[in-house]
Design a protein around this ligand. Structure first.
Ligand SMILES: Cc1cc2nc3c(=O)[nH]c(=O)nc-3n(C[C@H](O)[C@H](O)[C@H](O)COP(=O)(O)O)c2cc1C
Ligand SMILES: CC(C)CC(=O)C(=O)O
Length: 367
């Protein structure tokens, strides 16, 4: 395995095609799925030379916690669908790399067990690099119970996904008849939230009725920092700051919710301008290379998230696969930083990126 795409191919070989489609797929025509990667390809890096810089370091502070890599594992559901150890394997690999893992509310291992696995694999003295992703639930008691589970597990932030007033329509899943976890797998965080609840994915209610008031309410029932995942409009970014949100994970859900929204990289400059340094902006969607991470960081993201690559690596080779994936991304980012003449992430500035040239050849200089 030498790059993210190798994991994608290996996962395709191994997985039930229905499950491979669940991972790769997006909403409707999958225009945004493709746009995310294309946006990175359209941007060029403009390196500086002879800057006398030290070997690059990748340490980053995220919400007051320390991470050794500016790459987060974005929340992805159902890891046991692709590996028998599921989220335990992912958590160990993430902790070993010093990368933040955002556990999905729809994980197939309970968040407390994920945290134990992460703690056991983290470096000495390191805090558990684990955050919890939450879909607000119409019944506030259910939301509170989930927050309690995450807090008791030792998660250090909540990531509230706000781009899902309804579930995105994956036509691949519809054609394949994939609506449910196979027998034997459950959404473990959902078990017994109410008496007799079994951990069925259908217990996750999505509702268009949530509003900023619910964020204010959530702010009042937890001490944990709250990030919003899925804000794309600059006005919503400003509202998030006003509602006491601690950070944004700029995301279009990997193109799995509303199709034809902008690539996250395209949306980044306006979001960064809207928050004006008041809270950190993270970004996910289409990050496949170290150079992709460097471009997003240069445009103002504090860190980037990866979704599908983690599922592919886990499917290809379990914990070892995810460890290798994170090593490869570390190498690629270090390499890109050095080649840009930057000694650290804070030396990545917007002048290092520019759009691919779209003007006429020779720019009219030749008559
Ligand atoms: C298989 C899969 C499951 C996902 N599950 C969740 C989830 O449970 N909660 C959530 O907020 N986002 C979920 N996402 C979206 C990711 O968190 C992330 O935004 C997206 O995958 C990033 O794009 P990328 O896959 O191109 O890296 C999921 C994505 C995939 C591919
Ligand atoms: C609805 C969740 C269970 C999973 C999700 O967010 C996704 O598959 O994109």
């Amino acid at each position: 395995m030498f790059c993210v795409k190798d994991f994608e191919a290996a996962a395709r070989e191994k997985l039930d095609p229905v499950h491979a489609d669940f991972i790769a797929g997006g909403a409707r025509d999958e225009i945004t799925v493709r746009a995310n990667e294309e946006a990175f390809a359209r941007l060029r890096l403009l390196p500086r030379v002879l800057r006398g810089r030290a070997v690059p370091g990748l340490d980053v502070t995220l919400l007051g916690g320390h991470a050794r890599l500016p790459v987060l594992l974005s929340p992805t559901a159902f890891h046991k669908l692709v590996d028998p150890e599921g989220e335990l394997a992912t958590a160990r690999a993430a902790a070993a790399a010093g990368a933040v893992m955002i556990a999905s509310m729809a994980s197939t291992v309970a968040v407390g067990e994920i945290a134990d696995a992460a703690r056991a694999a983290a470096g000495p003295g390191e805090t558990v690099p684990l955050w919890f992703q939450l879909y607000l639930q119409p019944d506030p008691e259910i939301t509170e119970a989930l927050v309690r589970r995450a807090t008791d597990a030792g998660c250090t932030a909540l990531v509230v996904t706000v781009d899902s007033p309804v579930l995105g329509a994956s036509e691949r899943n519809r054609r394949n008849g994939f609506h449910d976890l196979p027998a034997g797998l459950r959404c473990e965080n959902l078990v017994d939230l109410r008496d007799g609840e079994f951990g069925h994915v259908r217990q996750i209610a999505m509702s268009p009725e949530f509003s900023w008031e619910h964020i204010t309410w959530l702010r009042s029932v937890t001490e944990l920092p709250i990030l919003l995942k899925g804000v794309l409009h600059p006005e919503d970014a400003r509202l998030a700051v006003r509602h006491g949100v601690s950070g944004l994970l700029l995301s279009n859900h990997g193109g799995r919710q509303l199709d034809t929204v902008p690539a996250t990289l395209e949306a980044l400059p306006a979001i960064v301008a809207a928050v004006a340094g008041r809270i950190p902006v993270l970004l996910d969607g289409g990050v496949r290379r170290g150079t992709d991470a460097v471009k997003a960081l240069a445009l103002g993201a504090r860190a980037v998230g990866i979704g599908r690559p983690v599922m592919w690596a886990l499917a290809a080779d379990g914990e070892k696969g995810v460890r290798r994936l994170l090593e490869l991304l570390r190498e690629e980012i270090e390499d890109a930083l050095a080649l840009c003449g930057a000694a650290g992430l804070d030396e990545l500035t917007p002048d290092l990126v520019r759009p691919a040239w779209s003007g006429p050849l020779f720019g009219g200089a030749v008559s």
